[in-house]
Structure formats: structure tokens, C-alpha cells
Write a protein that binds this ligand. Sequence first.
Ligand SMILES: NC(=O)c1ccc[n+]([C@@H]2O[C@H](COP(=O)([O-])OP(=O)(O)OC[C@H]3O[C@@H](n4cnc5c(N)ncnc54)[C@H](O)[C@@H]3O)[C@@H](O)[C@H]2O)c1
Length: 435
Amino acid sequence: MQYEMNRREFLGTGTAVGIAAAGLMSGQASAQDGKPVRVGVIGTGNRGSAHLRFLTLMSDVEVPAICDIRQEAVDAGSKIVTDSGRPAPETYTRDEYVYQEMVTRDDLDAVIIATPWNWHAPMAVDTMKAGKYAGVEVPAAMTVEECWALVNTSEETGVPCMMLENWSFRRDNLAVLNMIRQGLLGEIQHCHCSYSHDCRYWFYDPEGNPRWSGEYLDQRNCAQYPTHGEGPVLSWLDINCGDAYATLVAMATGSKGINTYFKEKYGADHPSATHEFKQGDIVTCLVRTHMGKTIVINNDLLLPRPYDNRWAVQGTQGIYNEQRNAVFIEGRSPQSHQWESFDPYQEEFDHVWWKDLEEAGRKSGHDGTDYLEVKMFLKAVREKTQTPIDVYDSATMSCVVPLSGESIAKGSMPVECPDFTRGKWKQRKPAFAVV
Ligand SMILES: NC(=O)c1ccc[n+]([C@@H]2O[C@H](COP(=O)([O-])OP(=O)(O)OC[C@H]3O[C@@H](n4cnc5c(N)ncnc54)[C@H](O)[C@@H]3O)[C@@H](O)[C@H]2O)c1
């Protein structure tokens, strides 16, 4: 019901072209009436292989085609598919643009994109233009222009685009969303979130050469990877459906983490032990929304530390703190101004998506979170409805990458956040995880 309404709302936001004219209702893609959903994957490296494993856990999913410019990557991807008992997918490897041939196949309903960041927006745009749902890894775009290209293409074609932000689907985050929607925390005023993860192993290969991701650390100084923190916050604060990002300020520390990594791992003579990198170790962004809420988004990928997201959400009735696994709710918590465990709340406010999650899915990526994300993306594909994370949310979260860079470059001056909904956030109703 809710999804059907969202689809109508969504179609109303675009031109008259809509999903039907994009081919999704005319047989070009025909996932309906119990037929399997047919998914292609571009980029079958680390993350793309993980997606293939989630897809092949689902009995009603076919994988007719995969694409990667590295032969060993498509071979490994193919094996994941055939090991599941499915026919070998057709593979596309010729060059960096061969994916364009794959997305125009008439036997695909959706395409998952797990390539380096610079390819995300162009590939998602081409996928939507070919009439296929685009599921694109994080961040969905690198520049403000690319964010607009995603929004404009989705509106013009009527084809949804979902950034695959898995942390929006985490079990605790969805229980907190239920609590917020049932009013336990009162009116929400503030959120804190971070991606605190020593990712230096991901930016550099074992020989100390920058991977594609590491190249960016020498090109720009910004929140390189903000969306894992932002994902749940967007729904907690009704961003793009009752409120919207208005202004952002960002500040970066100096850069010492990469030098230290190289000095300790490869010796003081390694060029990267002394090279002056652009990227600061920790970037802290502060967003103010149009309705007067604030969000701290912390980007912390280059210093040694255990993993953390440090989510917190605070309202007029109470506060949730993920790091403490605790809540305090005035009038409900047993002791005045004292934390209590979140565990009973997790049980009471568990989201139905998690109650219904298949056992096989629970054993996969991040205890089932990633499986659930892909499952809900494909539910939208199958039912030809809006995706749980839509193109506006995808653009809003991704836009923190360029906006933080701009603010830092201007000496931490505030920068205006684009309104990708063009004012529709004032009327739009929350749809994420509404069942
Ligand atoms: N959501 C998550 O939890 C999560 C986790 C890890 C990575 N990611 C995201 O997944 C994406 C991929 O990261 P990764 O670690 O898997 O990188 P990776 O380098 O292992 O994989 C990327 C693959 O894309 C291929 N590729 C590059 N250009 C291509 C092109 N033009 N056409 C076809 N294939 C091309 C590469 O050959 C490579 O196999 C990134 O955007 C990253 O941010 C998300």
C-alpha cells in the first residue's frame, strides 16, 4: 500500500515519461507475477562479489550478466553464480565502457554498480537511461553536478536510483527509527554520526601502492566516505520528507595518519612517509537543517582505531547512544538522568523487516544487514515501485563529499546544501521502512 503510494508520488515528481515509458512496464524488464528478478552487476571486485553472494542466496533472482574490466574479477564473479547452481552469466570485460552494452540488454531488470567512485554516477545514469533500476554503491556521486545528474535522470526517465547504503538497514538503527516514529524521543533536535574506521589497508595495496581509492587522498581534502554515518540519520530526521539539509560547515585536522602508516610499515625512507597528503586525518562536518536540527558527521578513516559509528540521536524526551548501547527516556527510564540498556528496546521496537529476515540472509554480510538492503532494493524492482532509499536521499548523502571539500577549501565557511527535491521535502511523507 505504502509502496504503491510512493510510486505514484514518485511518478508525479518526474516528467510524464515515467516508469512505463522507460520500458519497465512494456516488457523490456518483466520482473512481475512471481517471475525471477534479473540483475546484472558492474564491478565484481571486493564489494561486487559480496553483492553476488547476497543475490545468489535469493532463490527468485537470476544473474544473466556481469561486467568488470579485469578478467580475474569476472571469472571469480562467474564462479559465485555457477556455484549457486545458476547458469554462467554472460561476461563483459572489453574496456571501461563495455558496461554500456550490458545495461542495454533486454533481460535485465536492475543493475548493481560496485566500481570505483568516479564511475558510480555515469554508470547509474546510463543504467536508468536503459530503463533498469540502478543500485549504486556508496557514495553515489562525487560532485554536486553528478548528484544533479542522478536526480534529473531519475526524474526524466521515471526510473529509480538507490544508493546502497547498508547502514540504513542495520537492526538497531531500524529499531531506533521505530522508537522515533512512535514518539519516544520527542521532537528530534540533534544527531551525531561517524565513519570511524581505519581504512588505510583499503586505500593502499600490500606493497604500499595507492589503490584507486587511495588516489583521492592526494587529490582532495573532504569527508571522503560520509554516507555510512548519514544513512540512518536521514530517516531519523525525516530528511527530504519534512526537513532538508540547509547549510554545511566542515573542518579538517592536519594530515599525519598516512605518513605514520608508511613510516611504520615500510620505513622512514618510503616516499609516502614524508609526502604531504591533501587529506586531513579527521574531517568533522556540521549540518543545519531547514527546521533547525543539527547533525555532526565525522569522517575518521586514517588513524589506528577500532571501528565505530558513534550514532546518537537526541530529542525533547530523550536520547539514544549507540556507542553505549543505551537510552535515556524521560518519564520512562527507571532512574532520573541515568542511562539504561538499549537491549529491551531492541526487542520491543524490532523492525518487521528483521523479524521476517530469512535465516540464510542473517548469516551473510554484517549479520544480514547487507542482505536485507539488497532484498528491499529488489522488492522495489519486482513490484516496480520506488526504492527504499530514493534518488533524493542518495544525492543528499553523497553531496556531503563535495560540500565538505568546498567548505574546507574556504576556511570552513558555511556552504549551502542543494535542495535536490526542489522544495518537495515540505510535502513529502516519510517512506523509508514504512510498512
Ligand atoms: N557498502 C559497503 O559496506 C561497502 C564496502 C566496501 C566497498 N564499498 C564500495 O564498493 C565500491 C567498490 O569497492 P571495492 O572495495 O569492491 O573496490 P574493488 O577495487 O575491489 O572493486 C572495483 C571493481 O571495479 C572494476 N572496475 C573499475 N572500472 C570499471 C569499469 N569502467 N567497468 C567495469 N568494471 C570496472 C575493477 O576492476 C574492480 O574489480 C566502492 O564504491 C566502495 O566505496 C561499499
